[in-house]
Ligand binder design. Structure first.
Ligand SMILES: Nc1ncnc2c1ncn2[C@@H]1O[C@H](COP(=O)(O)OP(=O)(O)OP(=O)(O)O)[C@@H](O)[C@H]1O
Ligand SMILES: [Mg+2]
Length: 580
């Protein structure tokens, strides 16, 4: 019943080894004390009570009392020592999982639903904790107790001992069958809970879209459907368990009745003392809980096992993108695409192929292309959010794959087209760009991005902005994202359509300020408007997955009809674009 995954988790318990030894000692000693008590009881009944010898009663009574107190104390020690390792285990696995998720490639996060990850980090880890904290110990404890008590019973009076041993056979058989079914159904419940979590998360994030389209009913229905599935499967699980537990209760009780009947006959016939029969039934009754809980604990183990499999599945996913060992002494930011290509895993045609582009330090290139032509993909190749599938991208002659990731990502900063702001203060959101930025640097970055509106927020820079920055407008979010990218003073600044949501006037102000920043850095600017293109020294036209033309804006306008068409929607073009 131990899967490889569950077994691997044991390494998390290593720091607690001394504590675990204590727990096991307490457990074994506790079992011994528990078995000794009825045996002392037998001595009391067969000795002082049978012979009406009050003097011998006291020491034996005190012995029984002492054993009882010891057993209680050992139980306390066991429970008390258990908590630390168990909570430590859960925390350590959760930390590892989180750290690992941060390192996994974008493709992993695109494939895995966030709800599934959420349920792995919560429900699955609790299942593992329950098993390690409670199930595993009781499993071994119960088996130990079952074996010792059965041996003691056989020694006391073997015919009845055999009867008790025989009665455990059907229980074990049914347990095994139950277990197999329980695994299947637990896995189903866990998966369905993951699906439900995904639904809740998506509908919370998409609440505005859902309202705007009046789809509340529809979304509710699919939630209801998913929740009903979880309910139905959980009910099946409960039904299965209850049938099993009923069976587990019946067998020991029938056995008890038989033992009392046959035992009384044996006492009458003189082959058994009364004290032994009392001790026998007491010990036998002490087996009811271990037997009855065995199936439950096995099931718990199964649950933990599937949970461990699922957690390990996430932990085993290799971070596809890892940094190299090389380094650049003083990065200048000479960016080159050398025959770079990219194909999404499983996709038939590459999004990009044979991309050649040379951007010198201090130079800025505008990337222009139809929507869906691969501009975002192209920019993602620079900080290695995606890795080229052919050719290479270099900075100062070094393949980006040879640079340590932290170094690469301090050289390159990106402002995305759909910026994510986190549920923290404006200041903290900006500091993601650079943790040690001074107040002046922050002010300068805000100035460049024309994000002065932050000072008008109720608590200025300390205002918490909502989840995904929902309480800010699209243009405000873009400007914060730009400030964040500028703040890190990167050698290479990538702006993926960062100014698209700004009005013409604000855009002009931002561009004015950006010009200075871009003069000192290498710039890659994805642009849809002629006004943004004018920020750049040269333009690269992306078409059919590759760069077909590189040249100055005016030249491309004059010579390349596709380029003219792409920028034609721009109202200013004819008056300004051509003339400039
Ligand atoms: N996971 C994926 N698998 C396969 N194709 C994908 C995947 N993700 C994106 N694509 C496709 O790759 C192409 C390029 O997308 P990309 O986001 O780079 O376009 P873009 O030029 O930035 O467009 P826009 O101007 O709208 O931002 C698109 O056709 C898109 O549908
Ligand atoms: Mg894009």
């Amino acid at each position: 019943m131990f899967s490889a995954s569950l077994w691997r988790l044991k390494s998390y318990l290593r720091p607690y080894a001394p504590r675990l030894v204590l727990i096991w000692l307490a457990t074994i000693a506790g079992i011994a004390a528990g078995i000794a008590i009825p045996l002392v009881g037998r001595e009391i009944i067969d000795g002082p009570i049978a012979h009406r010898d009050a003097g011998a009663l006291l020491p034996l009574g005190l012995l029984a009392l002492g054993l009882g107190v010891t057993e209680a104390f050992l139980t306390f020690v066991r429970r008390w020592s258990q908590t630390g390792p168990v909570l430590g285990l859960e925390t350590a696995i959760r930390d590892d999982l989180y750290r690992h998720l941060q390192r996994l490639p974008m493709s992993f996060h695109n494939e895995w639903q966030s709800g599934q990850l959420l349920s792995r980090a919560t429900t699955d880890l609790s299942a593992i904790r329950r098993f390690f904290g409670f199930g595993l110990l009781f499993l071994v404890m119960n088996i130990l107790q079952l074996i010792t008590v059965t041996v003691v019973l056989l020694q006391m009076y073997w015919p009845l001992g055999l009867l008790v041993a025989a009665s455990s056979v059907p229980i074990v058989l049914v347990s095994l069958r139950f277990e197999r079914r329980y695994i299947r159904i637990s896995r189903l419940v866990q998966d369905q809970q993951g699906d439900l979590a995904t639904l809740v998360e998506e509908s919370a994030l998409g609440i505005r879209t859902i309202r705007a389209f009046g789809r509340r009913r529809h979304v509710y229905d699919s939630y209801d459907g998913s929740a009903t599935k979880v309910y139905d499967t959980s009910m099946d699980k409960v039904r299965l368990s209850s049938r099993f537990f009923t069976f587990l209760e019946v067998i020991p009780n029938v056995t008890l009745a038989l033992v009392l009947l046959l035992g009384a006959l044996a006492v009458g016939g003189g082959s058994l003392t009364l004290g032994t029969l009392v001790a026998f039934t007491t010990l036998m009754l002490s087996l009811v809980w271990p037997i009855a809980s065995l199936g439950y604990i096995l099931a718990m183990g199964q649950e933990a096992m599937t949970a461990a499999d699922r957690v390990m599945e996430a932990l085993d996913t290799e971070p596809g993108i890892t940094g190299g060992a090389g380094g650049i002494d003083v990065p200048r930011g000479h960016l080159r695409f050398e025959g770079a290509g990219f194909r999404f895993p499983g996709a038939e045609r590459p999004v990009l192929h044979d991309v050649w582009l040379d951007v010198r330090p201090g130079e800025t290139v505008a990337v222009v292309g139809a929507t869906g032509s691969g501009k975002t993909t192209l920019t993602a190749l620079v900080p290695r959010l995606l890795d080229v599938t052919s050719g290479r991208v270099t900075i100062d002659g070094h393949d980006v794959r040879d640079l340590p990731l932290t170094e690469l990502r301090s050289v390159v900063a990106t402002a995305f087209e759909e910026p994510t702001l986190f549920s923290m203060s404006v200041r903290e959101n900006l500091m993601l760009g650079r943790g040690d930025a001074s107040e002046e640097e922050m002010e300068a970055a805000i100035e460049v991005a024309q994000a002065g509106f932050v000072h008008d927020l109720p608590w200025g820079l300390d205002t918490r902005i909502g989840e995904q920055g929902l309480s800010l407008s699209g243009g405000q979010r873009q400007r914060l994202a730009l400030a964040r990218a500028v703040l890190s003073k990167p050698r290479i600044l990538v702006l993926d359509d960062t100014l698209s949501a700004l009005d013409v006037e604000t855009e002009a102000l931002v561009e004015e300020a950006l010009r200075q920043v871009l003069a000192e850095a290498t710039g890659v600017v994805v642009a849809h408007r002629a006004s943004t293109v004018l920020l750049a020294d040269k333009v690269a036209l992306l078409r059919d997955g590759t760069i077909t033309h590189v040249g100055r804006h005016q030249d491309l306008l004059a010579e390349v009809p596709e380029y003219r068409e792409l920028l034609a929607q721009d109202a200013d073009l004819d008056q300004e674009g051509v003339l400039r």
